[in-house]
Design a protein around this ligand. Structure first.
Ligand code: RIB
Length: 334
């Protein structure tokens, strides 16, 4: 006959609750008790069945998270913070990468919801294209959007104020005398790209600066920064500054400028957005807009817990003010 959790408890001389805590990896059990319970389970051939436990309890103690590009250093920073916050409350994170593809994103959403995650945290690929798949599942699982959002979609969101952040970068280079500013960012599909573009143009107009320099829109990747730098260098003359939609792009711009002996900041100023770990290690160190990963993660979990506790709780949209970090790429010091 198959051993039960009660048999294991009796064999180990502990309560069923202790066996459950050991088998679910709770940190509140002494190493000695952990060994006794595991020894009893091995002796009886007991195998913990998380699915059966979930069906009994109506909760899997798991949260699903989907990001659009796990290779971009910004996303692992957020994921790591979310995973740590969840771990603190005994919950596991199941992570998926939607590869900037809304069809893959839909597959991952359905897979996670199909596995009964207790809630879903998502950075939507597209401000419009990601709506359909989320509409399919929003009545089945609590959803929180972090960083990016789907336009006019009834789900909580927390992210930075993108418009304010890119505006701070424009004001910074303008304060250093820049007038001709080239904007290099991603195409206007994600909410981040859209809001940063809005913020760039609004800040330029507010400062009375010309908007006739090229706006080079491609991807949030370093390769696009390299391509954009080549386009800039084939122009009639160097701009005073290059304001980039994220750090990866800025690192690509810096690399190509260096290869072509363009001096930063002497010849041209360069700014990024995110403050990924490599921003301070760039050559020269990158002036950027810092995204508060820990605060974003904490808010994201708070919103999810509130939604899981009460599906009817009022929806929240929280825009956190990012901060300007000045480094050598605009003449500062690290
Ligand atoms: O680097 C990728 C960008 O897209 C980040 O700035 C983040 O905000 C995400 O939306």
């Amino acid at each position: 006959m198959t051993a039960t959790i009660r048999d294991v408890a009796r064999h180990a001389g502990v309560s069923v609750a202790t066996v459950s805590r050991v088998l679910t990896g709770s940190r509140t059990v002494s190493p000695e008790l952990v060994e006794r319970v595991n020894e009893a389970a091995r002796a009886l051939g007991y195998r913990h069945n998380a699915v059966a436990r979930a069906l009994r309890r109506g909760t899997t103690n798991t949260v699903g998270m989907i990001v659009p590009e796990i290779g971009n250093p910004f996303f692992p920073a957020i994921v790591e913070a979310v995973e740590r916050h969840l771990g603190g409350t005994g919950r596991d994170l199941f992570l998926c990468d939607s590869q900037q593809d809304i069809a893959i994103e839909r597959q991952r959403v359905l897979a996670l919801v199909g596995r009964q995650v207790d809630g879903l945290i998502i950075v939507p690929v597209s401000a419009t294209g990601s709506r359909a798949c989320l509409e399919e599942v929003i009545t089945r699982t609590p959803i929180v959007q972090v960083d990016r959002y789907v336009e006019d979609f009834p789900a909580d969101w927390v992210g930075v104020d993108d418009e304010l952040g890119i505006g701070a970068a424009v004001e910074h280079v303008a304060s250093l005398g820049a007038k001709r500013v080239v904007f290099v960012s991603a195409t206007l599909d994600s909410s981040s790209a859209v809001q940063r573009h809005v913020g760039f143009e609004r800040a330029m107009r507010k400062l009375g600066l010309p908007l006739d320099e090229p706006q080079l829109l491609g991807t949030f990747r370093a390769e696009w920064g390299r391509v954009a730098a080549i386009k800039i260098l084939t122009g009639a003359s160097l701009p005073d500054a290059v304001v980039c939609g994220n750090d990866e792009i800025a690192v690509g711009v810096l690399g190509e400028f260096r290869r072509r002996q363009v001096r930063v900041p002497e010849d041209v100023l360069v700014t990024g957005f995110d403050d990924i770990r490599f921003a301070a290690l760039a050559d020269p160190p990158l002036t950027t807009i810092r995204q508060p990963h820990e605060q974003l993660a904490a808010e994201c979990i708070r919103l999810l817990d509130a939604r899981m506790a009460d599906a009817g709780t009022p929806m929240q949209r929280i825009a956190i003010a990012p901060s300007l970090v000045v480094r050598e790429s605009t003449g500062g010091t690290s």
